[in-house]
Ligand binder design. Sequence first.
Ligand code: F6P
Length: 551
Amino acid sequence: MDTPVDVTRTTSWARLAELAGSLQPDLRRWFAEDPDRAARYTLDAADLHVDLSKNLLTDEVLDALVALAREVGLEQRRDAMLAGERINVTEGRAVLHTALRRPQGDSLVVDGEDVVAQVHAELAKVYAFAEKVRSGEWTGVTGKRIATVVNIGIGGSDLGPVMAYEALRPYVQDGLECRFISNIDPTDSAETVADLDPETTLVVVASKTFGTLETLTNARLVRSWLLDTLESRGIATDDAVARHFVAVSTALDKVADFGIDPDNAFGFWDWVGGRYSVDSAIGTSLVVAIGPERFAEFLAGFRAVDEHFATAPLDQNVPALMGLLNVFYTNHLGAQSHAVLPYAQYLHRFPAYLQQLTMESNGKGVRWDGSPVGTDTGEVFWGEPGTNGQHAFYQLIHQGTRLVPADFIAFAETAHPLRDGEHDVHELFLANFFAQTAALAFGKTAEEVRAEGTDEAVVPARVFTGNRPTTSIMARALTPSVLGQLIALYEHITFTQGVVWGIDSFDQWGVELGKKLAQELTPAVAGDEAALASTDSSTRGLISWYREHRS
Ligand code: F6P
C-alpha cells in the first residue's frame, strides 16, 4: 500500500493558508480591474460550459491549487484508478466505474479479464431485455404488456436510477412508467404499489450485495402483494415470479436463492461502487424507460467527461479545479457545506444523489493507510431546485454568517417552451439563475441601499456583502448525454477531493455499525426482555415507550 501524502505538510498547503489569510475577496473590483476575468476562468468540459469566475479565485490561488494537486499526486492516482489498480485499499478492490462507459472494442485487462468486454456483454443482455419489455414481447403471466417498472433498491441502487429517471422524463416511452421503493418504512412499498395492477407490473430488485435488509424485505413484500393479488383474481401464479421479477446484482447466487431465475438477472462487478453504479446494470429500470439508444448516449456523456478529466491539463481540468476549489473553501476558508442548485425541475433529485456520492465517499476521518486525516474532509452537500430554494434558504446564502459555496446548473433549452402572455417562462426562470449568481458575487453596498431612499435604521439589514462564491454550469439541454456528463463531473470532483485528503473515497464502513445494531435490537423491539435488558438506558427507555404506545 502506498502511503498517502500528508497534505497538511505540503508546501502548497502552507502557501494556500498564507493566501487565504491575506485574501480580501472583492469580486466587484476583481471584475472591474480584469475585463478578461470571466473569459479566463470559464472552461468547457465536453458540452458543459463552466464559469468559475465568481469564485474567490485569484491567479495565485489557482497556481497554489494546481501545485497542491501535483504534490499529492492527483494525476498519478487518477491514472491508477483508470488503469484498474486496487486503489480501494480497505476493500482490496479496483475502482473501475469509468470502465462502464468505455466504448465497445476498447480493452482493459484487469486480473486477466477484459473488463470492457464483460461490460458490453452484460449491457447487451440488459438492452435485449429492455427491448422486449418496450416492444411488448415480454408480458406478465396473463399476457398483458408491462406498464410499470418498480425498482426496489436503496442507496446507490435507488438514488441513481430514480434521479436519472426523473431527469430524463421527456425521453420515457409513452405507456411506461417507473416507480421506486427504497425505504424499509412499510409505507413506501404500500403506497407505491397501492394503485398498481400486478398483471402489468415488472419488478427490478437492484442490490449490489443482494444482502441489504431494506431491499430484500421490500422485495418479499412486493412479491407477496403480487402473488396474493393474482391469486385473488383466480390467476395461476406458477410463472409469476419469473415473468414479473428480474434482479441486478454482483451476487447472482443469492438472486437464485431468492427465487428469481438467473436467466432474468443482470450482473456487475465488485469494482463498481454502489454510488458509482447508475451506469451499470443497476440502471436497468432506466434502460427500459428511455431505451438502449438513449442509455448509450447517457454512457457516452460520462465518457466525454472521463476523457476530459484524464487528459486536460490541471489548470484547465474542470473536475480537478472544482474539487480543488472545494478543498480551498473547506480547509482554508472555513466552509462546512456546499449547495448544488439546479435550475431544472427535472433535476430535483440530483442534490440527493450527490449527497450519497460525495458524503459516503469523502465523509472519512482516516487516510487510506489508517492514519488520522489531520484536517477537515467531506463537506455537507445539499440543495433544491431553483427557484424554490430562493424562497426558502437562499436568505442564509446571501446574508448569513456562513460561507456556502454553491454550484448553479441551468440549460439553454427547456422541454416545455411555455409562454405567459408576452413572457417566455423559461427566460423568466433563467433570469433568476443569472440574477442569483450576480447578486451573490457583487452584493449591494450601503450607498446603493441609501440611494433607494431606505430609512437609515434599515440600511444594514438591506446590505448584501457579496463575495459569496458560485460556479455556474450550463449546457444546451438536459439530454441523456449531458446528464451523464454532469454525473461524471461530480464523480471526478469527489475523487479529486479524496486524493487531496488522502482518503479511500470508495469504501463506506461508516454505515456498518448502525446496520449491525439494528439487527441486534430487532428482538428487543419485538419484545425479548433479555435483549432489551442488555441495551443502554436511553435505548431501553425508547423501545419500552414504543412498546407501551403501539396499538
Ligand atoms: O449501506 C450503504 C450501501 O452499501 C451503499 O453504499 C449502497 O449503495 C447501498 O448500501 C445499497 O447496497 P446494495 O446495492 O448492496 O443493496
